[in-house]
Design a protein around this ligand. Structure first.
Ligand code: FPP
Length: 247
């Protein structure tokens, strides 16, 4: 089934509660999902890509503006050649389908991370998706690929240092530093969903998650559904967020 084809004609009705502007997700548990079924790990990633497609359309339909997902970390190169290759193929598929369908589906696609280590073909597709996204009205899917929070901060610090040395940048503060991150112009996520039962950040959005709420579930990512996202939105909506202030 194509990743970017909508299955249902009628959009889901907007949720009555406040809808977050930006949700992020650590899509964990693909490997276990596959192993439990006697399948190769890459089958778990393919099922995970399908689950992502469903929650992406749901997020769009209820009015979420940004969905950021962790698809390949700077540490994932340690996995087998077969698994790494399968994730590259999935990225290519997502990019091609997004380029083809983004105007129709109103979903922009942005790849965040150090793209320097990706193939020239993937880099070119990512550039095309970014270019085309500029003309599209709609929500934005950010796919973190060869992404690490520490790596992003170091790359941003290097770029700022170069600009400062060349007289192109002034004194550093939080707002200026944010503009050097891959997430420049993207508001911080209100909350981060992590599936698969682990409760850690795993180098995901280290800067941007400063005030994010976390929502954890034992559900493995390929089994995640739009209803789970609704439950997460409702649960996080009930929490009181004080941003360091007092009651
Ligand atoms: C972590 O689960 C998941 C990943 C490393 C890959 C996530 C990728 C997808 C859901 C496919 C979508 C891809 C693109 C390019 C849009 P794990 O494999 O570490 O699971 P485990 O903890 O059960 O081993």
């Amino acid at each position: 089934m194509p990743l970017f084809t909508k299955e249902t004609a009628a959009p889901a009705s907007p949720a009555p509660r406040a809808v977050p502007v930006h949700i992020a997700a650590i899509m964990d548990g693909n490997g276990r999902w596959a192993v439990k079924r006697g399948l190769p790990r890459k089958a778990g990633h393919a099922a995970g890509a399908e689950a992502l497609r469903k929650v992406l359309y749901h997020c769009r339909d209820i009015g979420v503006k940004y969905l950021t997902v962790y698809a390949f970390s700077t540490e994932n190169w340690k996995r087998s050649e077969e698994e790494v290759g399968a994730l590259m193929v999935l990225l290519k598929k997502y990019l091609i389908e997004a380029i083809d369908s983004m105007e129709r589906e109103h979903i922009k696609l942005y790849v965040m991370g150090d793209l320097g280590r990706l193939s020239p073909e993937l880099r070119a597709l990512s550039d095309r998706a970014l270019e085309k996204s500029r003309t599209v009205e709609g929500m934005q899917l950010n796919v973190c690929f060869n992404y690490g929070g520490r790596d992003e901060i170091v790359r941003a610090a290097r770029k700022y240092a170069e600009d400062f040395a060349a007289g192109r940048a002034g004194a550093l503060d939080e707002a200026l530093f944010s503009a050097y991150l891959d997430s420049a112009d993207i508001p911080d996520p209100e909350f981060i969903i992590r599936t698969g039962g682990e409760q850690r950040t795993s180098n995901f959005l280290l800067w941007q998650s400063a005030y994010a709420e976390y929502w954890f579930t034992d559900t493995l990512w390929p089994d995640i559904t739009p209803a789970d996202f609704d439950r997460a939105i409702a649960a996080v909506g009930r929490r009181e967020r004080r941003y360091g202030g007092a009651k």
